[in-house]
Ligand binder design. Structure first.
Ligand SMILES: CC(C)(COP(=O)(O)OP(=O)(O)OC[C@H]1O[C@@H](n2cnc3c(N)ncnc32)[C@H](O)[C@@H]1OP(=O)(O)O)[C@@H](O)C(=O)NCCC(=O)NCCS
Length: 194
């Protein structure tokens, strides 16, 4: 049997190991520690009760840039993975639901966001079809290898949906304009030979 419980500091090495096995996005121990110490109720682990081994985790937090979203409190899924030996058993879904509940009950989150690779069929299936996340944007070349990411949200409070989507769009347009400006400046500099 596999049980789900809040992560503890003593779980961090196994959580990091699980992440290294499963994903190219890795983090140093300080970052793992920071999540667990700051948002104690959010990161969760899946434990195989027979062996005591951690077979999955969700690393999550409350978003710190809430000012950008007009102070709407919201959570963010930093990372989730389940060992290959334990997939397709509903473990990731249980981990996600556990952290969603805590985000709402402990921190008053109105919604939760995450990024996912466009090619990640398994994760997309879970977020979109099972947990009912919505794709609200496409982040161009978001990952280090330049793959695009879907920016997805699950709205716990539907009344914030329009506002969040609108703000996201505005933020995205601003970023795009800044990038364009950077490119124009770079090409002007290279034309003038400086
Ligand atoms: C994505 C991942 C966390 C899913 O874990 P899991 O415990 O196997 O997921 P669940 O059993 O809860 O499955 C939930 C849903 O996900 C989808 N899904 C899971 N594995 C899938 C697969 N191999 N192919 C297609 N859809 C899949 C299905 O919609 C499934 O619902 P269903 O069982 O009703 O069909 C796991 O595949 C994994 O660790 N992948 C590598 C790390 C990763 O990609 N993390 C996400 C980064 S954004």
């Amino acid at each position: 049997m596999v049980s789900i419980r809040p992560a503890e500091v003593g779980d961090l090495l196994q959580m990091q190991q699980c992440n290294l096995f499963n994903l190219p996005e890795n983090y140093n121990m300080r970052y793992w520690f920071y999540h667990i110490m700051t948002w104690t109720h959010l990161p969760h682990v899946a434990v195989d009760e027979a062996s005591g081994k951690i077979v999955g985790y969700v690393l999550s937090k409350m978003e710190e840039d809430s000012t950008k979203k007009d102070l709407i409190p919201h959570g963010h899924i930093t990372s989730i993975s389940v060992l290959r030996s334990h997939r397709k058993l509903g473990i990731a879904t249980r981990l996600m639901r556990a952290t969603h509940t805590q985000m709402q009950q402990v921190y008053g989150a109105k919604y939760v966001s995450l990024h996912v690779r466009m090619s990640n069929r398994a994760a997309l299936g879970m977020y979109r079809d099972v947990l009912k996340y919505e794709e609200i944007d496409l982040e161009y070349e978001y990952y280090a290898d330049k793959e695009h990411a879907y920016d997805m949200c699950l709205f716990f409070d539907p009344s914030v949906r329009e506002k969040v989507i609108e703000m996201n769009r505005a933020e995205h347009a601003k970023k795009k304009a800044e990038k364009l400006k950077e490119k124009e400046t770079a090409s002007t500099l290279s034309e003038s030979g400086s």
